[in-house]
Design a protein around this ligand. Structure first.
Ligand code: SAM
Length: 120
């Protein structure tokens, strides 16, 4: 089983030009916790999560770019899920964008998706 077999697709993403308020609204409306961030050419440039929004509130940060994690850890569509789960566990994160070799976002895998797979 590979990342592409368990990913949610298409991934809901947000532009790096968006505001924290816009990112928060998408997280709430779509009932998600992770938003891959895209650059003008629609390639991945980071990730923003509900944890980062909490940090913005706690620290009084106002601009989205101040809370984006730019060294985003990703998986490839053909990566075995054991390897993807190891990346999540080692980095204490609960989602990995699935990207192709050009950085185009194909979907996202989350610890929720992996639990669903194990639980079914
Ligand atoms: N790795 C952090 C550490 O060891 O301190 C803990 C993760 S922390 C609970 C949440 C942070 O992880 C947020 O800032 C979020 O942007 C980031 N994050 C979530 N998913 C990520 C991913 N796939 N790649 C890189 N950072 C990610």
């Amino acid at each position: 089983i590979c990342s592409k077999d368990v990913m949610s697709a298409p991934a809901i993403t947000i532009s790096e030009k968006a505001t924290i308020k816009e990112a928060s609204a998408v997280l709430i409306k779509k009932r998600i916790n992770h938003l891959p961030v895209t650059d003008p050419s629609e390639r991945i440039s980071g990730i923003v999560t509900s944890w980062d929004i909490a940090k913005a509130v706690a620290c009084g940060l106002e601009r989205l770019e101040e809370i984006i994690t730019s060294d985003v850890i990703c998986t490839g569509p053909e990566e075995p899920i054991e390897k993807a789960a190891e990346k999540m566990s080692k980095n204490s994160i609960s989602a990995l964008p699935v990207v192709d070799r050009t950085g185009k976002i194909l979907g996202i895998i989350t610890s929720e998706g992996l639990s669903r797979l194990i639980g079914r």
